[in-house]
Design a protein around this ligand. Structure first.
Ligand SMILES: [Zn+2]
Length: 251
């Protein structure tokens, strides 16, 4: 599969495994690696580094899908958008179909999305991915998903889809949590969504197609905690919200 032409930044671990070399203390790479391991990285640099890695990992299909989504969205206020060549910006702003998503000129567009996507991930996640001990700076704090509790929602009630549990936030919360609102969550109430997330890892266990798309365990910070107590109640920690587990036959 053709990959975009970008300079890959290697993980230090991959560097050791893939490129055998003579160990020499004066060899510049040795010194650089030493610095990477011990010195903390500014968050922005870490995001830049991981975005570059992610860009090389995108398949042609993923590139095509993401670029298509971007033709439907307004990215004009995003950092870096105005630095894109005008013809490229025009393609997206006019909503035209992107015919050759593999072209290198779209790398810069995808990097804007990747940087944006990583702004809210935890330092722990970036440290793990980049083999770092510490990152300086804090993630952008998003709102907590009412279903799984992770901070994945930009604005409550705005139909954001949670990248952890896939609940679509139609604004439902503790007060009417048993109500099946219909619409975006396909007949699943918030309480059942919470229960499903805790047991199966998704608000709807039938959506197995989402399992590989969902965010990793430490990717987002936890803002609210839902727990099952004694196999009998589902609670939200720190609140008086409590639901006696009564499952419909369809779950
Ligand atoms: Zn969620």
């Amino acid at each position: 599969m053709a990959k975009p032409k970008v300079v890959a930044i290697l993980h230090t671990s991959e560097f050791h495994a893939e490129i055998p070399r003579v160990q020499n203390r004066n060899y510049s790479y040795t010194n650089t690696l030493g610095n990477i391991r011990t010195n903390p990285l500014e968050r922005q640099q870490a995001i830049e580094k991981y975005s570059t890695i992610k860009l090389t990992e995108l398949s042609e299909k993923e590139r095509a899908e993401q670029l298509e989504v971007m033709t439907l969205e307004d990215w004009s206020d995003s950092i870096g958008w105005n630095s894109l060549p005008k013809p490229v910006r025009n393609e997206f702003e006019s909503g035209k179909e992107i015919k050759n998503p593999e072209l290198e000129k779209y790398d810069a567009v995808l990097m804007i999305w990747l940087r944006y996507r990583l702004e809210s991930v935890t330092n722990e996640f970036l440290c793990e991915k980049l083999n770092l001990d510490r990152i300086i700076g804090e993630p952008i704090k998003l709102e907590s998903c009412p279903c799984c509790g992770y901070r994945t929602i930009e604005e409550r009630g705005n139909y954001d889809i949670c990248k952890v549990c896939w609940w679509e936030d139609d604004g439902q919360d503790n007060q009417h949590s048993e109500k099946i609102m219909g619409g975006p969550n396909y007949g699943i109430s918030l309480v059942i969504g919470r229960y499903n997330y805790l047991i199966y890892g998704l608000y709807d266990p039938k959506r197995t197609d989402l399992m590989e798309l969902k965010a990793e365990q430490n990717e987002f910070e936890k803002g609210r905690i839902f727990e099952i107590i004694d196999n009998e109640y589902l609670i939200e920690k720190g609140t008086d919200w409590k639901w006696k587990i009564t499952l419909p036959n369809t779950v």
